[in-house]
Ligand binder design. Structure first.
Ligand code: GCU
Length: 660
């Protein structure tokens, strides 16, 4: 069996009673997504039961009926699945709901849940569930670890079987929007909004629409100058505004089901409103006004910071910058603008505090941005299941209000009643056969979709579903792969940079240990280690970042005694002799955790090796090869970090292990 359909590789079920439902289906909806749902059910019937599903016109005698009910309580994207008298009904107020419900029904089969007697209602919590692809027009992918782009090649837009296969995978976990090009919009990518690529984008959008996915593009704020022949991109300039209005009209009326734009402005060298002395609200609102007639959404990123810092400057703090830039603008954005906020204030490190903008902003639509491309978490060569991290972020109490104050409450719109909000993930896909390079990295793609649909699902539940759908239901496989996934993020954290300090990677490509790699650079990512201690003082006496949180979080981070230990070095400069809650000194903790992390990898490899007989040889070997690399590489991390701190501190390891 090939694995090119990831978790949609249906396995044959022999002699299953559930097959009776899959002999016939019907729908009372004329919509295209309902049509897709019917096709998906047929495919599942064929692949799982070898049945040729018959389509009936009347709802009376079909095994599965997709029922469009505009009044359905589950809404347009939610569904109610119920079985009665030998017939299954999937009911929703919209086509997307019927499609998601159909995939849920198939998932029930694949995960061994009984359909007989089913009564299941699920409503997606996040209105926007979007993937951000950082794909370039030449076919490369910024921070891509799974081959090349399947959206672009040689400056052309690709539309082929993989486009449909992608839409199918994404929709099967409830993704309803996708940005196909890199946020760093340069060269021909700027022209994606023009006639040049219109036909291909129309075709792609049609395929996406079949699966209920809105196409989005990243745009270049300087496009009026680069391709419009204007001499300015000033958001308050009438000519610029008119140019954008015309452009938006073309795009929104020319591309079906077009959702809107993602914008990276005044960030890491990209153009933006600052050039004209304007604010981010001016910039975003100009685009929002142009998109408003088409109900288009402008997703504006908050990843704005000074990337020309001097390492000797201890007052400027990159962590502060998102809040400093955007808080003063709270309430100034149009209703169709959404600010997209990275989960932490830095950049997708293995451990960061939650961005204080989440819960800071009270009058602005918000999207939480996470990265499933494992840029800083092993680049899909190390296994690192990130859903537990996202769960922690979602569960964080911001104390923005007395109740409904978690990040999940905020992004699903429960706190302030917003409807344009949700979750975005920087995607981890490419044209590799298995989509994600590392087979186990697909759990992050699957998991992101499921979590965005339902923030209450646990990491274990999601892992369990993904494993069953991907590898089958054998208990050994489910148990061991689940253990590997659940161990993987903590292990990665242990053998890489300690206690929330982050970075310590090779500059540029961000892979592998290099403790001082970014220490004297301009990017604002310092650990400040000297012979006495390590960490950045972000309390009031330092950069003051801790004070960007609501109480009691601000006080908790402010003091060494109350700061959560996993973030100790993010918030404080701490002597190596400092005693942690375990009674260990900081330096001994660094040594121990690094040895432990590398040992954890050995355990994961052993678990995997014990699964050989249960897995297809090709998959087994492909993952094993990555594990072997991870094993060696985790030792390199361990040794580099431990040696660095031993040489800095001159404190011996109490256990006298080899440190170079
Ligand atoms: C990181 C990443 C860049 C990316 C940027 C962003 O800094 O390394 O490649 O462009 O994030 O999120 O815009």
């Amino acid at each position: 069996m090939g694995y090119e359909n990831a978790w949609l590789n249906y396995r044959r079920l022999q002699g299953s009673a559930e097959s009776t439902y899959f002999s016939s289906d019907c729908t009372d909806s004329q919509g295209r997504t309902a049509r897709t749902a019917i096709e998906e059910l047929k495919r599942a019937a064929r692949e799982i039961f070898g049945l040729d599903m018959q389509e009936k016109s009347g709802t009376q005698d079909a095994g599965i009926c997709l029922k469009l009910n505009r009044e359905a309580a589950a809404g347009e994207e939610g569904y109610h699945i119920y079985e009665k008298d030998g017939r299954v009904t999937v009911e929703s107020a919209g086509g997307r709901g019927l499609l998601y419900g159909s995939f849920a029904l198939i998932r029930m089969l694949q995960t061994g849940r009984k359909i007989g007697g089913a009564d299941l209602t699920e409503v997606p919590q996040n209105p926007i569930r979007i993937l951000n692809h950082w794909d370039n027009m030449d076919g490369s992918i910024e921070r891509g670890y799974s081959g090349n782009s399947f959206f672009f090649q040689d400056q052309k837009v690709l539309v082929n079987d993989r486009t449909r296969a992608y839409a199918r995978l994404a929709a099967s976990v409830g993704i309803n929007a996708s940005v196909i090009n890199n946020v760093n919009v340069k060269g021909n990518a700027t022209k994606l909004i023009t006639e040049t690529y219109r036909r291909e984008l129309q075709e792609m959008a049609e395929i996406f629409a079949d699966y209920g996915i809105s196409l989005y593009l990243s745009l270049n704020f300087a496009a009026p100058m680069e391709i419009g022949g204007l001499d300015s991109a000033d958001p308050l300039d009438e000519n610029v505004r008119e140019w954008w209005s015309r452009q938006m009209e073309d795009v929104f009326t020319g591309i079906p089901n077009f959702g809107g734009f993602l914008v990276k402005a005044d960030s890491e060298g990209r153009p933006g409103p600052f050039t004209y002395g304007r604010t981010h609200a001016d910039g975003a609102n100009m685009l929002a006004d142009a998109a408003a007639p088409y109900n288009g959404t402008i997703i504006w990123r908050c990843f704005v910071y000074n990337c020309q810092q001097d390492w000797r400057d201890r007052k400027t703090d990159r962590a502060r910058s998102g809040y400093d830039n955007f808080m003063p603008l709270d309430g100034q954005f149009r209703e169709n603008v959404v600010l997209q906020i990275k989960n932490g204030p830095m950049d997708f490190q293995v451990r960061e505090p939650v961005s204080p903008l989440l819960g800071g902003l009270k009058k602005t639509n918000q999207i939480l941005e996470v990265q499933i491309a494992q840029e800083y978490t092993g680049q899909q060569r190390h296994v690192c299941y990130l859903i537990p991290m996202f769960k922690e972020v979602l569960g964080f109490h911001t104390y923005c209000e007395k109740e409904k104050d978690t990040v999940a409450d905020l992004v699903i719109g429960r706190t302030y009643g917003q409807t344009r909000c949700g979750m975005a993930a920087v995607a981890n896909t490419g044209d590799d056969e298995n989509w994600t390079g590392h087979d186990l990295a697909a759990a992050n793609l699957y998991g992101f979709g499921r979590l965005a649909f339902h923030t209450d699902l646990s990491s274990e539940e999601i892992a369990g579903e993904w494993i069953r759908c991907t590898f089958g239901m054998q208990p050994e496989v489910v148990e061991k792969v689940s253990r590997i996934l659940m161990m993987s993020w903590p292990a990665y954290e242990k053998y890489t940079s300690p206690l929330g300090i982050g970075w310590m990677v090779n500059p540029g490509y961000h892979y592998g240990p290099n403790v001082d790699g970014y220490e004297y650079d301009r990017w604002g990512t310092y650990h400040r280690a000297d012979h006495m201690g390590i960490g950045v003082d972000r309390s009031s006496g330092g950069t003051g970042y801790a004070q960007q949180y609501h109480e009691p979080n601000a006080s908790m981070y402010e003091k060494i005694e109350t700061c959560p230990e996993e973030l100790l070095l993010f918030f404080h400069h701490v002597p190596y002799s400092f005693r942690l809650k375990t009674g260990k000194t900081l330096i001994q903790h660094i040594y121990d955790s690094h040895f432990e992390g590398a040992e954890d990898v050995e355990k994961m490899v052993a678990e995997w090796e014990s699964l050989r007989e249960f897995l297809p040889e090709k998959i087994y070997q492909r993952v094993l090869a990555r594990f072997e690399h991870q094993k060696e590489h985790s030792k390199e991390w361990r040794d580099q970090i431990n040696s660095y701190f031993w040489r800095k501190s001159f404190v011996e390891d109490e256990k006298h292990r080899t440190i170079y």
